[in-house]
Write a protein that binds this ligand. Structure first.
Ligand SMILES: [Zn+2]
Length: 224
């Protein structure tokens, strides 16, 4: 009997752990759909549609990222509805300054966070798979700003995914113009309900992200 129970427990945990060996329960597409019935604001929306004029350079849909692997099959940017509304407001303010917004990454399926951790173990720069990332909750944006006319990125103290101290928003910029651009990005985003990450000038968390579950849904399912 004891052996039978043990066997049952093992097979249950193997089934649950098959998708998630770090013990975190990431919601599936069906669970996410169910959550929308009571919380329609949790919808993941397509940022290109919700924020007209937004530029995308989804690095994880290319080899040009720190993993040197193509992580996403589609170059898409999704976020929860209130995140999109706040981004649209921030973009409107940037636009009055002749500046556009470029997105490197937004919602990220949980399985990608696991992959990042397995490639690069330093949780100063990549999220722990035991907790998941705010990107997995559809509540984080990796982004920069561009000159609206030329589409050229405004110069920043480092490039995207530079895992160095120069990428910390509190590190004084060597070049004053770069420091000014970084301050502009952060000031406008924080005015509209985002908080910059302490070690990445390009990463913004939506304030209130705790209310949104970690998800493991592929872009293909969302794009259907
Ligand atoms: Zn990020």
């Amino acid at each position: 009997m004891r052996k039978w129970i043990l066997g049952l427990v093992c097979s249950i945990s193997a089934a649950a752990g098959a998708q998630n060996k770090y013990g975190l329960q990431a919601a599936t597409y069906l669970e996410y759909k169910e959550s929308l019935r009571t919380h329609p604001e949790k919808e993941l929306v397509d940022l290109e549609k919700e924020v007209p004029g937004l530029l995308l350079e989804i690095r994880y849909a290319t080899m040009n990222n720190f993993t040197r692997q193509k992580i996403y099959q589609l170059a898409k940017a999704y976020a929860r509805k209130p995140v999109a509304v706040a981004l649209r407001q921030a973009q409107a303010e940037f636009n009055t300054l002749g500046i556009g917004v470029k997105m490197y990454d937004a919602y990220r399926p949980y399985k990608a966070t696991v992959k990042f951790y397995e490639v690069y173990h330093d949780t100063t720069y990549v999220a722990s798979p035991y907790k998941g990332s705010r990107h997995n909750r559809g509540c984080a944006l990796d982004m920069t700003v561009v000159d609206w006319k030329t589409r050229e990125e405004l110069k920043m103290p480092t490039g995207y995914d530079s895992f160095t101290r120069e990428a910390w928003p509190t590190t004084p910029a060597k070049n004053p113009a770069e420091g000014k651009n970084r301050a502009l990005l952060i000031n406008v985003m924080e005015k509209y309900g985002f908080k910059v990450n302490a070690s990445e000038w390009w990463h913004f968390d939506f304030v209130g992200w705790q209310k949104y579950e970690v998800l493991d849904i592929d872009f293909e399912e969302l794009a259907k």
